[in-house]
Design a protein around this ligand. Structure first.
Ligand SMILES: NC(=O)c1ccc[n+]([C@@H]2O[C@H](COP(=O)([O-])OP(=O)(O)OC[C@H]3O[C@@H](n4cnc5c(N)ncnc54)[C@H](OP(=O)(O)O)[C@@H]3O)[C@@H](O)[C@H]2O)c1
Length: 297
């Protein structure tokens, strides 16, 4: 297939480009800078200069391909509503371009906030009113009724790997370096799911090839890693003491990350493994931290 990939220069996107090309697909990566173009070209993909906000260009590009993998996102926490609006417009545009053609439209979502007090699954349908991004996923799934093979991949909040993760665990390592201790909140028994970046890429490729219209998939290799264990692994890797941080000092110690760090958010991927034959094969989160991939710079 010929696939347009947005976010092709990103953490998950660049791995997905490599995986798709290795499987024999042709990739056109959307990029917004010369550096992004050089990165995508080095992976063996074509590139198209453009922004997620240039809807006519997105429409024209999607008309020229068999499917779209939409992994680009404006990760600006100061304009979250704006980011979700841009994402929604891009999804609508891709839906219009692919309508009636049966090609895949894969979009990214997350597992955080899926279920309270239990393990979240692919069958959970979060209330679209909770967050505009949840509504975007519901909107994408509904495109199946218009002849689009729409697929939502909910990524674990920790997509780890070597060289360049800038997500939550990288931020925790950075905070640990700044504070001189590696902290967890309360008793640290709360869990976060995790998945390796290369296992994500394998799932994206399988989904493009095999997922049914309207599929919800979980990129989750480890159902839940206790945040206490994450903190200990960071402390050991950085040669720092690991300490419990009392909830009343959470915001002071962890900044805005405190709101997420205390959450217990295990998620399963049983449906995804069963339906696509996806088997995560890469190192675990704690192994990646122990390997020194989170220097906290
Ligand atoms: N990584 C995780 O732990 C995680 C967890 C759950 C969900 N997700 C979701 O999975 C998707 C991929 O995540 P990621 O970690 O790979 O993200 P990332 O590394 O931050 O990459 C984001 C990509 O989007 C591109 N982009 C941003 N704004 C753009 C714009 N206005 N126009 C065109 N391109 C734009 C970036 O291009 P530049 O290279 O030019 O900046 C980059 O290629 C995102 O939707 C993310 O929210 C990720």
């Amino acid at each position: 297939m010929r696939i347009l990939v947005t976010g092709a220069s990103g953490w998950i996107g660049s791995a997905s480009v490599t995986e798709l090309i290795a499987a024999g697909h042709q990739v056109v990566g959307l990029v917004r800078s010369d550096a992004g173009a050089a990165k995508v070209a080095a992976l063996g993909a074509e590139f198209l200069h453009g922004s997620l906000e240039d809807l006519p260009a997105l429409h024209a590009a999607a008309r020229e391909v068999d499917g779209v993998v939409h992994l680009g996102y404006v990760h600006d926490f100061s304009r979250m509503d704006d980011a979700a609006r841009i994402d929604r417009a891009a999804i609508e545009t891709f839906g219009d371009a692919l309508a009636g053609r049966g090609g895949p439209l894969l979009i990214a979502s997350g597992t955080l906030g899926l279920a309270r007090g239990r393990v979240g699954s692919e069958l959970d349908q979060p209330d679209p009113a909770v967050h505009p991004r949840v509504a975007n996923a519901a909107h994408a799934l509904a495109l199946a009724q218009r002849g689009v093979r729409s697929i939502v991949v909910r990524f674990a909040p920790t997509v780890h790997g070597a060289g360049g993760d800038h997500g939550f665990v990288a931020m925790l390592a950075h905070i640990a370096r700044q504070r001189g201790v590696s902290g967890y909140l309360g008793d640290g028994a709360n869990r976060w799911p995790a998945v390796h970046r290369l296992d994500c890429a394998a799932l994206v490729r399988l989904a493009i090839e095999r997922a049914a219209p309207g599929a919800v998939l979980h990129a989750v290799a480890e159902e839940g890693v206790a945040t206490r264990d994450i903190a200990h692994a960071i402390g050991d890797a950085l040669g720092l003491q690991t300490v419990a941080v009392a909830p009343e000092h959470a915001a002071e110690h962890f900044g805005w990350l405190a709101a997420f760090y205390g959450a217990d958010a295990p998620a399963s991927s049983a449906v995804t493994r069963e339906s696509l034959g996806w088997t995560p094969r890469q190192p675990t989160l704690l192994a990646d931290i122990a390997a020194g991939h989170y220097p906290g710079d």
